[in-house]
Design a binder for this molecule. Structure first.
Ligand code: SF4
Ligand code: SF4
Length: 373
């Protein structure tokens, strides 16, 4: 019988010898670069791999990472967090959300603080648990504050399907699902960030396909590598990008061919389309309003839509960040966490002033935990 341990499955992708060999290749290839390479790793998961495994230190000076806006907690503007807080205070409500969201500061308080004052706020490990909570509490209004990029959206859509099948009437959805391509497009259109290549997150493309990045090389001449999250994956993706540059190519390549295809998971895409549609605009922390950059429930599912059902108690004004916090500038690729005056002093994971320090995928959190103080 095959006796595999979890470690056996990932150890090859963390092998120091392979990482060093790839670093050697990258350094050799980088000698031929005609210009410095500014690679935006769109996803906070990649930022963490880069920091945790010290990949930055293995690369030549001609390659710099620009940290991107790919963390759903980091990009959530304060007014949406205030929505969650208002919903948690609805009489007889149970508010459900995913982990880190609970600690992010809103304009005056956080979900964690509201919980300590008696609100019923629960962290979900899997969105499907929302069904269980709704079934066990038929006399309560159970509100799921759904966050995430293309990766987690199918789970919310599947949840809606289950709610319909089970004819549940006490589970509502506050949808905060955002989309990667419009945010990257907004950053590129803004033109201030120095970016000439991208590492795209593999799990987003497992769902949406690598095709979502095709406009980038066409419009901006930027190579893209859709990469896995292990250090060997990331180093291989960088090597692919350097080679593209040296060969004067700008294409979308798939490093994570273990699970990513050009088309993605069409079944999941259809399920999302069935329940959701692009919303006119969504405000991203630091980046501002971006058209069609998020999803909302379709009109026919309004009875599940917490933004409609509880519209009269939800704040509508945009709210700016703490004046010392430069999360927005970081998310646009214009600054690094250690450019922030309060990084590691007034702002730490225990006393976060901004979302990038709270989220386990935030750039400030990665710099703090893995030694850039
Ligand atoms: S949601 Fe996915 S794409 Fe976004 S930061 Fe987290 S791991 Fe990366
Ligand atoms: S260190 Fe804190 S205050 Fe500064 S940008 Fe990061 S999250 Fe914001």
């Amino acid at each position: 019988m095959l006796n595999l341990k979890l470690k056996d499955l990932y150890s090859a992708f963390r092998d120091p010898k392979t990482i060093r060999a790839l670093a050697g290749e990258i350094n050799k290839e980088a000698l031929k670069l005609k210009e410095p390479l500014y690679i935006m790793e769109v996803c906070g998961g990649h930022t963490h791999t880069i920091m945790k495994y010290g990949l930055k230190q293995l690369l030549p000076r001609s390659i710099e990472f620009i940290h991107g806006p790919g963390c759903p907690v980091c990009i959530m503007p304060k007014e949406r967090i205030d929505h969650a807080i208002a919903l948690a205070n609805v009489e007889n409500a149970i508010l459900l959300t995913l982990g880190d969201m609970i600690r992010v500061p809103g304009s005056k308080t956080s979900l964690a603080e509201e919980r300590s004052h008696g609100c019923d706020i629960r962290a979900l490990y899997s969105p499907v648990d929302a069904i269980k909570v709704a079934e066990e509490n038929p006399d309560k209004k159970v509100i799921f504050f759904a966050i995430g990029f293309e990766t987690t959206t199918p789970m919310t859509a599947a949840l809606l399907q289950m709610v319909e099948k089970k004819k549940l009437t006490n589970l509502y959805f506050h949808i905060n699902h955002v989309l990667v391509p419009p945010a990257i497009e907004a950053i590129m259109q803004d033109g201030q960030a120095k970016i000439n290549a991208f590492i795209g997150p593999s799990h987003v493309s497992v769902i949406s396909g690598a095709k979502i990045y095709l406009p980038l090389p066409e419009k901006y001449n930027t190579p893209v590598s859709v990469s896995g999250f292990e250090p060997v994956d990331v180093m291989q993706a960088i090597l692919m990008i350097v080679k593209q540059k040296n060969e004067n190519r700008a294409e979308v390549e798939i490093q994570y061919s273990r699970a990513v295809s050009l088309e993605g998971n069409t079944k999941a895409q259809k399920l999302i389309e069935h329940y959701m549609q692009p919303r006119g605009h969504f405000r991203w922390r630091g980046i501002g309003d971006i058209a069609d950059s998020a999803l909302e429930l379709r009109e026919q599912y309004s009875k599940y839509d917490a933004e409609k059902v509880f519209a009269d108690i939800l704040p509508t004004e945009p709210i700016d960040d703490h004046k010392l916090c430069i999360c927005g500038t970081i998310l646009k690729g214009l600054a690094k966490p250690n450019d922030c005056k309060v990084f590691g002093t007034a702002c730490t994971p225990k006393t976060p002033l901004g979302s990038c320090m709270v989220s386990s995928e935030g750039a400030c959190n990665a710099y703090y935990r893995f030694g850039e103080i």
